[in-house]
Design a binder for this molecule. Structure first.
Ligand SMILES: [Zn+2]
Ligand SMILES: [Zn+2]
Length: 169
């Protein structure tokens, strides 16, 4: 389900426009409903550390990228390291290990251009951005917001809700 639409209640006259799910280039917007008070709202993510410049090419290595794109590339390399290191522990796949080791080596070599402090600072930023996004799921009423489709009418609590998409994104 994606797009902007209207939620209306079949048992009362409640109607509200909601954004169910829209993606912008550098951010995304998700429609959520508080499970406790029923309020519909949109949460808006931005992840500055995941921003890339217009010329970004995910095949380019750090030395070929402008520094503003480094955080994304570094994040990707760290992801590779985690992934392949985990694969190394998979039983019964010894034949593939030399390939994984080569990938690990490659990622380590590329990352060696980056000071450890910079990597640590980036990881902290990632965590802070994630926590900020997560905090948006907490409603002022103390309830928790969910991003499934509308669950109940905030006004009469009926579950007979209709969702009409006005346009898709
Ligand atoms: Zn609430
Ligand atoms: Zn209602």
């Amino acid at each position: 389900m994606g797009g902007v639409g209207t939620v209306s209640c079949l048992d009362c006259d409640f109607a509200q426009e909601v954004t169910s799910f829209t993606h912008g280039g550098r951010s995304s917007n998700t429609g959520v409903q508080c499970q406790a008070c029923g309020q519909f709202t949109s949460i808006f993510y931005t992840r500055p550390t995941l921003n890339v410049s217009d010329g970004y090419d995910h095949n380019k290595t750090l030395s070929e990228l402008v520094t503003e794109d480094w955080p994304v590339r570094i994040g990707k390399l760290l992801g590779h390291l985690d992934f392949y290191q985990e694969m190394m522990n998979e039983p019964g796949r010894a034949g593939e290990r030399s390939g994984w080791l080569a990938k690990i080596d490659e990622a380590r070599r590329e990352l060696s251009a980056v000071p450890t402090e910079q990597i640590q600072a980036l990881e902290l930023k990632h965590q802070a951005e994630k926590a900020a996004d997560d905090a948006q799921y907490d409603c002022e009423c103390g309830g928790r917001r969910v991003n499934k489709k509308p669950l109940f009418c905030p006004s009469c609590r009926s579950i007979k809700l209709q969702y009409k998409v006005r346009y898709m994104t």
